[in-house]
Design a protein around this ligand. Structure first.
Ligand code: NAD
Ligand code: DAU
Length: 378
């Protein structure tokens, strides 16, 4: 493969940093990586300390909501490929404060599209050879499924319910509009729920691992019957890379591994796996029981079920998930156990304030000595 210059937006986040590690492990110095990230609460350069000194990796602190900062990337580098992951990504935060989701996810995506179009366009609807914009989106844009065995396909109508998914659907439509109107070279990926190393502990799996290890309550929304389709993050990274190289321009690819779990079953399985991962005689094992589970106030507009049909990406690009859930979750728990300081750095300071704001009204606090006051009976 010729050396390609890849602009990864949001490379300091969960999927972004896993994707950069994946690129370096797979292509070594055959790729030039520019990580453009504003380092919001979710961006963490600690995720990339193993690659930060490599000659073919560069970190550029910048904000996609600034058209000037985005344009500077295309003036400074001859970018071949944009893998656009920068986003506000947490549904609960979008319910509390939707505006930043509109700015980052919609305006930020538009700024990137405009800058890439200006840099790559060589004539009307004609672009320099090999240029491509991969927009990393989500299955949440399709809305919610009944618990009836149906799947989201690429032709399922968009029907977002949360401010987060509405902002992602809007950004998807801008990407498509640039393709339809200006012949802009793009692909869109829509993946199901990811898990794995470096995931910020506001999301279900790392939150449960963290709280279990600390003996804190495990807040399960509603009755815990919502279903998510979980994919190990490295499998998502491989799919994005395939789409970046071989995906048909102008196409959407759904990514998911047929791994549906009810939240409550997932939480119980995490409890068991965390207990098993502890060294023999570790006193924490005694407190890691189902007694930690608290059914709390539901998420407003909570989508019941997500499930992806990955048939298209399988048939066209021969992609299949390689990590079964048991292996992936054990690897993830092991990673968190071996990286307790990573978690400590994140959960000290601002995270504590977030946690209290998000969960106090649901009757759960980070204070172990305090019993939940107003738990919803599910
Ligand atoms: P994340 O929240 O962990 O990381 C987001 C990153 O974007 C952070 O590094 C943050 O600093 C950066 N960022 C935020 N606002 C920015 C701005 N204005 N300018 C520049 N950088 C900014 O998110 P994630 O879970 O890694 O998700 C990455 C992408 O994948 C998102 O677009 C998300 O919608 C999509 N996605 C996520 C999942 C999942 O399960 N996590 C599944 C499907 C799709
Ligand atoms: O489907 C892809 C999406 O997956 C991505 O686009 C999003 O960026 C990502 O955050 C994720 O969204 P979810 O809302 O599905 O993930 P979250 O980890 O927040 O929640 C997973 C499920 O667990 C959901 O049904 C809500 C529930 N939940 C979540 C938290 C944080 C709880 O029961 N308790 C909790 O404390």
């Amino acid at each position: 493969m010729d050396c390609r210059t890849i602009l990864v937006t949001g490379g300091a986040g969960f999927i972004g940093s896993n994707f950069i590690h994946y690129l370096i492990e797979t292509y070594g110095d055959q790729v030039e990586i520019i990580n453009f990230d504003a380092l919001t609460y979710a961006g963490n350069l600690e995720n990339l300390k193993e690659v930060e000194d490599l000659a073919n990796y560069r970190f550029e602190k910048g904000d996609i909501t600034s058209s000037k900062e985005v344009a500077r990337m295309f003036e400074t580098y001859d970018v071949d490929l944009v893998v656009h992951m920068a986003a506000e990504s947490h549904v609960d935060r979008s319910i509390l404060d939707p505006e930043v989701f509109i700015r980052t996810n919609v305006l930020g995506t538009y700024n990137l599209l405009m800058a890439a179009k200006r840099a790559w366009e060589v004539g009307p609807k004609t672009y320099a050879a090999g240029k491509r914009f991969v927009h990393v989106s989500t299955d949440e844009v399709y809305g919610s499924l009944a618990d009836d065995g149906s799947f989201f396909t690429e032709t399922t109508p968009l029907d977002p319910h949360s401010p987060y998914s509405a902002s992602k659907a809007s950004s998807d439509l801008f990407v498509k509009a640039f393709g339809d109107t200006y012949g802009f070279p793009f692909c869109i990926t829509r993946c199901s729920n990811n898990y794995g190393p470096y995931q910020f502990p506001e999301k279900l799996i790392p939150l449960m691992i963290h709280n279990a290890l600390k003996g804190l309550p495990l807040p399960v929304y509603g009755k815990g019957e919502n279903i998510r389709d979980w994919l190990y993050v490295a499998d998502h990274c491989k799919a994005i890379d395939l789409v970046s190289r071989e995906g048909r321009l102008g196409e959407v690819y759904n990514i998911g591994g047929h791994n549906e779990l009810r939240n409550i079953d997932l939480v119980k399985s995490i409890l068991q796996k965390v207990r098993e991962a502890l060294p023999e005689g570790d006193p924490r094992a005694e407190t890691i029981t189902e007694g930690l589970i608290r059914y709390v106030a539901d998420r407003p507009g909570h989508d019941l079920r997500y499930a992806i049909s990955p048939q298209k990406i399988h048939q066209e690009l021969s992609w299949l998930p390689e990590t079964c859930f048991d292996q992936g979750i054990e690897r993830t728990i092991q990673w968190y156990l071996e990286n307790l300081s990573w978690m400590e750095h994140i959960t000290s300071g601002a995270y504590e304030a977030y946690y209290d704001a998000m969960y106090q009204h649901r009757g759960v606090t980070a204070d172990k000595t305090q019993e939940p006051q107003s738990l919803l009976k599910a």
